[in-house]
Design a protein around this ligand. Structure first.
Ligand SMILES: Cc1ncc(COP(=O)(O)O)c(C=O)c1O
Length: 397
């Protein structure tokens, strides 16, 4: 595609989105006949909807005749604040100044870079992020005028982004860091000490922390710690420098509802709210009503958690190697050559998985930590997870 004189050059620094690349990779390959296709490529939860969704929506249909407030109606922000207090044992979260509703976290994770990066700074600011990563971080950073710094997450560090491996100069140039805990795709989960060290670094070098905790409710053994929880435990009750994002897409299996939360430092929340009053990513009011109910109910979350746990167990029993990730419903498998494996899995076993390299990029040393991996999402329940492992075991590259 030729570049016109008015075209945004930063857009040309981004590759095609992972699912488009996957489509290209599998184009022209005929999946094995006689097998029902298993789509483990996308991470879209496909569990049943909670029973309250339809009645709650029906009761509030009249809300479609009003513009929804971009920051979220107070009732949904109150539900989000109460959830944060209950879930993380926080003393207090003020729904008016410390919480915003997002139209799903994807848009918020993207646009937060426009609130936290100064594109007119003398030196191009850095945005740090894990590698592999949720691709929105990369797109958000680049389009906001920052240079991404990729923190390679490999098996040798149990997939933790290694804070001590970041050069001092990079910390100094940092505008903010994206954290993903539990991590899509590796399943790594931040612990108290890791978050505490990051907060110390943020104070020392004057940068912000944006923690994407969308998979916080999907865990194998222990309930993951949250950034705001660590703030509270170290006496940082204003959550300064810290923002967290969470979503109903995973915990409630409601990706189509588009409900995310943003919470933390009131000053950052106010600046982000100002930006959002221009971009206007509001969730329709009837959907905010459903969302408020979903943030207030843990029963349906418990059912989903059990399903994911059983799916992970069933997968690893059949796969026969390694152990389930600490968090998320993804398995991150070292298969030698992720792209070749994904093609073979589709052709030989009618299974779609995502090559790891589509979620990662070459780091400063030119090494791409995702190349030998594929990501498979266990989003269709236990039996399908076992069948997925059986089929993947038979793939020959
Ligand atoms: C790590 C991570 N963060 C955020 C999101 C966005 O979720 P949503 O926009 O549905 O809240 C996803 C979705 O797949 C994700 O994997």
């Amino acid at each position: 595609m030729s570049v016109g004189k008015h075209d945004q050059p930063r857009l040309d620094r981004l590759g095609a989105y992972p699912f488009q690349r996957l489509k290209g990779l599998l184009a022209g390959i005929r999946p094995a006949s006689g097998l029902v296709h298993i789509d483990a490529g996308a991470g879209e939860p496909r569990l049943p909807q909670p029973a309250f969704v339809a009645p709650q929506l029906e009761e509030h249909l009249h809300g479609f005749s009003q513009y929804p407030p971009t920051s979220g109606a107070l009732f949904v922000r109150e539900a989000m604040a109460s959830w944060l207090v209950r879930r993380y044992g926080l003393a207090d979260v003020d729904p008016s100044t410390q919480v915003l509703a997002a139209n799903g976290t994807r848009e918020a994770l993207f646009s937060v870079a426009h609130a936290l990066v100064n594109p007119e700074a003398a030196a191009e600011p850095r945005v740090l992020m894990p590698n592999p990563m949720y691709q929105i971080y990369y797109g958000g950073a680049v389009l906001a005028g920052a240079r991404p710094w990729l923190m390679s997450c490999t098996a040798s560090s149990q997939f933790a982004p290694e804070l001590d491996a970041v050069p001092e100069k990079v910390w100094k140039e940092a505008a903010f860091i994206y954290v993903c805990s539990p991590s899509n795709p590796t399943g790594w989960v931040a612990d108290h000490d890791w978050y505490r060290r990051l907060i110390e670094l943020a104070d020392e070098h004057d940068f912000y922390i944006v923690a994407d905790e969308c998979y916080s409710e999907i865990f194998w053994r222990e309930q993951p710690v949250g950034l705001l929880e660590v703030c509270q435990r170290i006496g940082r009750e204003d959550f300064s420098r810290c923002l967290v994002m969470n979503s109903l897409s995973k915990r409630s299996a409601l990706p189509g509802l588009r409900s995310g939360l943003i919470a933390g430092d009131a000053r950052l929340i106010a600046r982000f709210a100002k930006l959002r009053s221009y971009t206007g990513p509001a969730t329709p009011l009837p959907l905010q009503r459903v969302a408020a109910m979903a943030w207030s109910d843990e029963y349906h979350v418990g059912i989903n958690q059990e399903t994911y746990r059983r799916s992970l167990q069933a997968f690893y029993e059949e796969w026969g190697d390694g152990s389930p990730p600490e968090g998320t419903f993804f398995v991150w498998l070292d298969v030698g050559d992720g792209e070749a494996f994904a093609r073979a899995a589709y052709e030989q076993q009618a299974v779609t998985v995502l090559p790891g390299a589509y979620l990662s990029a070459p780091d400063e040393r030119g090494e791409n930590p995702g190349t030998s991996y594929v990501r498979a999402a266990l989003v269709d329940g236990e039996e399908q997870a076992a069948e997925l492992a059986r089929r993947l075991r038979q793939v020959r590259v």
